[in-house]
Design a protein around this ligand. Structure first.
Ligand code: FPP
Length: 235
C-alpha cells in the first residue's frame, strides 16, 4: 500500500533532483568491483524513473557523471562512459513508447564524438515526449554551467540579472527542483545544480543508491509534502 495514497498529485514535487551516491560503497560491501555498483545503479534509475512517471512527477534530474569524475581511474571512467552509451541505446524506443523525454545537461567538450552523436540523436528523437522529462546531468558541474551562462550573456550583450542567468543555464525550460534527494548519507551538494536548488527542499538518506527503491522514493516525497516551504516569506 502506498504511503502517498491520501495525497493528490498537486502536493507532490513537480521536479525531483537526485544525487545518486553510494555505488562504489555498495560494490565494495559485496566484494565486487566499483563498476558493478554503477551497473546496479543504472537499474535503480530505471525503477525510480518508472515510479516517478507513474506518480505524475514531471521532471527528474539525476547526477550521473560530474566534471570532477574524470579524476577517477581510467577503467572506471571508461566503464561509466560505456554504461551511459549502452543505456541510451537500450532506452531509445522504450522512452518513446512511454512518452519520456530525455535531455542531457553538461559540458559537451570532453565527450567522444560517437557519444555526442548518440546524445544529439536521442534528444532529437524524444523531443516531443510529454509525460516526464528525464534530465541526465553528465559531465556536469554547476560552477562551469553558471560561468558559461554568464559568458554567453555578455557575448549576447544581455543584462546580467537573476532571470537572465537562469535562462542561460543548460535546459533552462526545466523549472527549479522542488526536492533534492541525496543517497549515500553525505551532506553536501558536490557542485550539483547550485543555482537551481536555492529554494529546494533537501532530503538525505544513508541508503546507498543501488539499494534505493520505490518505497524509499515515496518516503522522500512524503517528507517533502510535510515540509513548510516559505521561500523567505512568513506564514
Ligand atoms: C556516485 O557513486 C555515482 C556516480 C559517480 C555515477 C552514477 C552513475 C550511475 C548511477 C549509473 C550510470 C548512469 C546512467 C545514466 C547509465 P560513487 O561511485 O561516488 O559511490 P561511493 O561514494 O560509494 O564511492
Amino acid at each position: 500500500m502506498s504511503i502517498l495514497k491520501n495525497y493528490t498529485k498537486d502536493k507532490f514535487p513537480k521536479h525531483i533532483a537526485i544525487i545518486m551516491d553510494g555505488n562504489g560503497r555498495w560494490a565494495k560491501n559485496k566484494s565486487m568491483i566499483r563498476t558493478r555498483g554503477h551497473e546496479k545503479g543504472a537499474e535503480t534509475l530505471e525503477n525510480i524513473l518508472k515510479k516517478a512517471r507513474s506518480l505524475g512527477i514531471e521532471y527528474l534530474s539525476v547526477y550521473a557523471f560530474s566534471t570532477e569524475n574524470w579524476k577517477r581511474p581510467k577503467l572506471e571512467v571508461d566503464a561509466i562512459m560505456k554504461l551511459f552509451s549502452k543505456y541510451l541505446e537500450k532506452k531509445k524506443e522504450e522512452f518513446k513508447n512511454n512518452d519520456i523525454r530525455l535531455v542531457i545537461s553538461g559540458n559537451r567538450e570532453n565527450l567522444s564524438k560517437s557519444l555526442l552523436k548518440q546524445i544529439n540523436e536521442i534528444e532529437d528523437y524524444l523531443k516531443d515526449c510529454k509525460k516526464i522529462v528525464l534530465n541526465i546531468c553528465f559531465n556536469y558541474g554547476a560552477r562551469t554551467e553558471i560561468v558559461d551562462g554568464i559568458k554567453k550573456l555578455i557575448e549576447d550583450k544581455i543584462e546580467i540579472n537573476e532571470e537572465n542567468i537562469s535562462k542561460y543555464l543548460y535546459n533552462s525550460f526545466i523549472p527549479e527542483p522542488d526536492l533534492l534527494i541525496r543517497t549515500g548519507g553525505e551532506f553536501r551538494l558536490s557542485n550539483f545544480l547550485l543555482w537551481q536548488i536555492a529554494y529546494s527542499e533537501i532530503y538525505v538518506t544513508d541508503i546507498l543508491w543501488p539499494d534505493f527503491n520505490e518505497d524509499d522514493f515515496e518516503k522522500a516525497i512524503l517528507s517533502y509534502i510535510n515540509r513548510d516551504r516559505r521561500f523567505g516569506n512568513v506564514k
